[in-house]
Every structure is written in C-alpha cells, then in structure tokens.
Ligand binder design. Structure first.
Ligand code: G3P
Ligand code: MG
Length: 253
C-alpha cells in the first residue's frame, strides 16, 4: 500500500480555536492559538436560525454565551448581540459568536491551517453540510492550504463530498468502530479522526497502510502526544497548543 500523502495541516491543532487559552470558538481563540506558536486550529460550525454558518459547539446558547435557546432558532441579528467571552473570563467580555466568514479571514491572515468540523444541529445534517462545504470552498479559494472538513455525521460528509469534492474530509469517531475503514471509504474520507482515549497503535498502522491520515483528539499531555506521533498519528488536537506543540519534534519516529 502507498503511504499517505503528507498531512496538509499543522500537526498540532488548537481545539475549538484556542483550546483553553481563550473562550472556545471565538476570534480571540484564533489569536491565542497563533500567539502560542500553533500553526492550525480545529473549530465547530453550525447553522444559525438565519441559515448562516457560525462557530459554536453546543446546539444551545447557555454554556458559551449569555443567550438562551437553540442556535438553530436564533436569527443572526440576535446571535450577533450575544457575549461569547465573559463566561470564560471577564477579560474576554464582548467576544462574539463568529461567522464562518470572519473566522476564515482571520485564519488566512494569521496563517492558521484549519480543521473545520461540520457540527449539524439535530436533523440539519444535509443543510449544514451543503452550506458549509460551499462556503468553505469559496472562502478558502486561493488560500495556501484548504480546510479539512470533518464530522461525526457521515451524511454531512457525503454531502460535502458531492459539493466540494476537492476539500479533504475526515470521519470523526469517538470509539473506533469495527467497520471504520468501510465507513471512511463510503464517505471518501482522507482521514480518520478518533478520540485519543480509545485509539490504539494497530488501528493507526492499519489506517496509514490503507492510505488514510490519522488525527486524534483531545490530547493535552505532551508525553501522550509523543507516543501518538511515534505510532504514526499525523495530527493531535489539543486544548494546550503551546505545551503540546514541542511533541512534534521530540517524538522518536
Ligand atoms: O474534532 C475533534 C473534536 O473537536 C471533536 O469533539 O465535541 O470537541 O467537537 P468536540
Ligand atoms: Mg470539534
């Protein structure tokens, strides 16, 4: 089997924009990742009630903003008025829920490569993937590195494959299911993105022999990151990019 092409993104990605350096899925997080010397980020994208792609993890607003209710039922003008920073630290008061447009522009200007996680609200897999794939294709046109689209939703990945076939895709799983390779093949995934707690060395080797990249989350211990890189993992997603980043050069293979 041919070894995988080289992983196109940074090998250490800050989780949800800036990991735990800043409120998740915010522009401040992107700045924090860049400041920590991290070359790339992962973030989550969902549709607002106006159908706009925005960066947010939960389907509801309460945990990471001062708003209430469902993201999918909140129109853009109301989403824009929310504070997405104070819950994390008063220093971040006034941070907003970014649009995908804002995040793309900031990532390109900061030189951050992107793993864009398509995070559909329940029942919105197709629509979310349709909007996100088309918008991402447009926003990163001409950029040095295209974003890699990942999702736990295989339906979302299938839609993305149809609409933006040249953007690489990653199948997200927590525990690696027994039929992971067939699933990756079915959605045309170039990468397997697995929870590091359940990933094992034989799976990493098998995936790489099958020509897939392997990314893993959420790795906050540099020694664990080194072990994963030793196994052949291409990328770790971390809450502590500055701490974990040196593991890229310190691993043994
Ligand atoms: O993409 C890796 C990771 O972000 C998946 O889990 O819940 O943090 O989006 P979650
Ligand atoms: Mg995510």
């Amino acid at each position: 089997m041919t070894p995988p092409r080289s992983w196109p993104l940074a090998r250490v990605l800050a989780h949800r924009c800036g990991g735990l350096l800043a409120p998740e899925n915010t522009l401040a997080g992107l700045a924090a990742a860049a400041e920590a010397g991290c070359g790339g980020v992962e973030f989550d994208v969902m549709l607002s009630g106006s159908g706009s792609p925005v960066l947010i993890h939960d389907e509801t607003l309460e945990r990471t903003t001062d708003g209430h209710g469902h993201v999918a039922l909140t129109r853009d003008e109301n989403l824009r008025a929310l504070d997405a920073g104070t819950w994390f630290d008063a220093r971040f008061a006034g941070e907003r829920v970014p649009t995908l447009e804002e995040a793309a522009a900031r990532c390109i200007s900061l030189g951050l490569s992107v793993n864009l996680e398509i995070k559909p609200a329940a029942g919105q897999d197709e629509e979310t993937a349709r909007v996100v794939a088309c918008r991402a294709d447009h926003l990163w046109a001409g950029a040095a590195v295209a974003p890699l689209l990942s999702s736990f939703s295989e339906l979302a990945l299938e839609v993305a494959a149809q609409l933006a076939p040249h953007l690489p895709r990653g199948l997200l799983v927590d525990r690696v299911p027994p039929d992971w390779l067939q699933r990756c093949r079915r959605v045309g995934a170039a990468a397997l993105h697995a929870d590091a707690r359940y990933l094992d060395r034989p799976t990493v080797i098998e995936a790489r022999e099958a020509g897939l990249w392997v990314a893993t989350y959420t790795v906050n211990d540099p020694a664990r990151a080194q072990t994963l890189f030793d196994w052949g993992v291409d990328c770790v997603i971390t809450d502590w990019p500055g701490v974990v980043r040196p593991a890229v050069t310190q691993h043994r293979s």
